[in-house]
Design a protein around this ligand. Structure first.
Ligand code: ASP
Ligand code: MG
Length: 417
């Protein structure tokens, strides 16, 4: 990893702007002004951009008009073009504001990935060229969401992948911070579309953010937070439209040191996910290897399991329930009856009328009153809990989908209002 700041003698800031922030020429001009202002404060600035507005969606639908099953490689050739447009326009806009700028594709900027087209994994970032241009006083603008393989094939990282690009470049050059500037102005204690007065968090830890993301909060691409945690790159999620303070995502140690007086709660936020389905295998024989069989089969179909619950056995049999995301249900469903037969379960029950509501926070397990309060707040609303699962960072309940938003509000009121 290059410590760019040391080479250049100035702090290095990486800013990422999402699609809505660069949706029109006017938006791009405003972003350019903001980038230039950051540089004039004395920083070296690298910018990672998404494609303008809905460009990527439009390119996807265009491809479908031509070929329902386009080759993955050609999808990458097509989709990576969106970010090239926004990056070059932004570089021009920055020049117009009076600062030198240069735009790079992911390939030119040294983003090396594996060859899995449309969902490539990052292998490394070769950031020499970025650092060289920063050293010359330029603002470097890089296309998000894309890279290149060792064989010079263009790849993309999967939808929403620009966050991940941004954090990888920040880690690769050793940037002092990575600002994710977007259409929301931070991470909230609950989804503002569901809860009336959620609070914006001053900070949360990488682990809490990952947990919230996996439990349904849609703020950042999870892979970006994983990279940030691994290389300890503090992330700021803030608005690209105004200057209000955002939310820092950083290590627990740093967060507690720098923000300790601001928050002392053990429940950081409430997450929910209505996009799930519950699968129960009923009366599964209770002997070693059965769970292994089930989940080996599911992993073969590449099904991501969100939560698994096995209850206490009675009469030599267990019920095993698990949640999958609703979209994957169509892939698993055809195999479930065979699976049940294979392991000797008496039947399979599929329920897509459930959702999960979860609390996330670092202190959840250490305070036994928290579970009691969560369940009581649901009981008071007459909401039945279907499944419960917990870890040291979260406590999740499956509840009927039609009561999910009431559940979020009740729990938020209990812990965060
Ligand atoms: N343009 C890509 C997408 O819409 C990547 C991104 O925006 O992060 O998925
Ligand atoms: Mg996008």
């Amino acid at each position: 990893m290059i410590k760019a700041a040391e080479k250049i003698g100035r702090p290095v800031v990486l800013q990422k702007y999402g699609g809505t922030s660069v949706a029109t020429a006017e938006h791009i001009r405003r972003v350019a002004q903001r980038v230039v202002a950051r540089k004039r404060e004395g920083n070296a600035v690298v910018v990672v951009v998404s494609a303008m507005g809905k460009t990527t969606d439009q390119l996807v639908s265009l491809s479908r008009e031509i070929n329902q099953r386009p080759p993955w490689r050609e999808m990458d050739m097509l989709l990576h073009a969106g970010e090239i447009i926004s990056a070059s326009l932004l570089a021009m806009a920055i020049e117009k504001e009076g600062e030198p700028a240069i735009s790079f594709t992911g390939a030119q900027a040294g983003m090396i990935t594996d060859a899995s087209h449309t969902r490539a994994r990052i292998q490394r970032v070769q950031a020499d060229r970025i650092v060289e241009d920063l050293g010359r006083g330029r603002i470097v603008v890089i296309t998000g969401f894309q890279g290149i393989t060792a064989d010079h094939e263009v790849t993309t990282l999967g939808r929403g992948g620009s966050d991940t690009s941004a954090v990888a470049f920040a880690a690769g050059i050793g940037a002092n911070e990575c600002e994710i500037l977007t259409d929301v102005d931070g991470v909230y204690t609950a989804d503002p579309r569901v809860v009336e007065n959620p609070r914006k968090l001053g900070w949360c830890s990488y682990d809490e953010m990952l947990e919230m993301a996996s439990l349904g909060a849609r703020v950042l691409h999870s892979r970006s937070v994983e990279i940030a945690r691994r290389f300890d790159v503090p992330l700021l999620v803030a608005s690209s439209f105004h200057e209000a303070a955002g939310t820092w995502i950083c290590s627990k140690e740093r967060g507690e040191k720098e923000f300790s007086d601001m928050e002392t709660v053990s429940v950081r936020g409430v997450a929910h996910n209505s996009n799930v389905a519950k699968i129960s295998l009923v009366d599964v024989p209770d002997h070693p290897g059965v769970a292994a069989g089930i989940f080996t089969t599911l992993s073969r179909y590449n099904v991501q399991i969100l939560l698994i619950v096995q209850a206490e056995h009675r009469g030599g049999a267990n019920d095993i329930s698990f949640l999958v995301s609703a979209e994957t249900l169509v892939h698993v469903e055809p195999h479930l009856h065979d699976l049940a037969k294979e392991i000797g379960a008496s039947r399979v029950v599929i329920d897509d009328q459930v959702g999960t509501v979860s609390i996330v926070g670092d202190g959840i397990q250490s305070d036994p009153s928290i579970a009691a309060r969560m369940f009581s707040s649901l009981a008071k609303e007459g909401i039945n809990i279907d499944l419960i699962s917990s870890s040291n960072l979260m406590l999740a309940c499956a509840v009927p989908k039609k009561r999910l938003e009431d559940a979020v509000r009740a729990i938020h009121r209990e812990f965060l209002e």
